[in-house]
Design a protein around this ligand. Sequence first.
Ligand code: MLT
Length: 260
Amino acid sequence: MAERVKLAYRESGEGETILLIHGFCGNKDYWKEVEARLSPSHHVVVLDMRGHGETKAVEPGYSIHDMAEDVFAFIEEKGLQNIFLFGHSMGGYITLDLAKHHPEILGGYGLIHSTAYPDSEEAKKNRSAGVSKVSQQGVDLFVKELVPKLVSERTRETEKDVIKKLFEIGIETNPKGVIGALMAMRNREDLTHVLENDRLPVLLVAGGQDEVISPEKTFTVNGSHVTKALIEEAGHMGIFETPDEVSRAIASFVDENSKK
Ligand code: MLT
């Protein structure tokens, strides 16, 4: 069995459990704004994935499934049940893998600026170039180039504090964590069939200004089990750019589906 990594976490509030998984070069502080809005009425748990935040890094060569199994081991150890799981971007890839392998632990799940599609051939080449870049030049330069692409033009021009925060969080990522995540994302499978499965309710949140994952790549399925929220002014970082809208979408999805 592949190595399981014990995940650092933070929890607050009481009520239905909402588990939040950050994206690439992020950590649990990606969710601070959303956490503050949800925890007065929900039990909110935020995680650091392997090589990110306070969770240790391991040798690259693992998969998105391995990262999802870290989350599953965490859930089992904490004894959490009927969880509402949401992943931002890379966190969404991990969320989908959990929905595929462990649907019984979920009350519902959501992709926040994420997609069920795999990488295109061009994206795979860019991941490999990223691996070389981080190996040769380290994390700081890589993150410096990454961060501006994550937000909308408006955020880029007017919200320098958001850019600064994203940079500060990003450069804390362990180089092995960056390389491991790049390889895992490059090799991930198409999980559209998981999204299509109507046995679990699904929330899809997209940003109208997202230059990394366009709304078309997020809204790939229809059905009565699917709730879609398009936040027109958000880039890839609605959790920082439009935290009220993202939190509202999550809270109403959870409250609606926990009644069932
Ligand atoms: C993320 O924010 O997690 C990344 O943009 C995901 C990706 O590169 O596919």
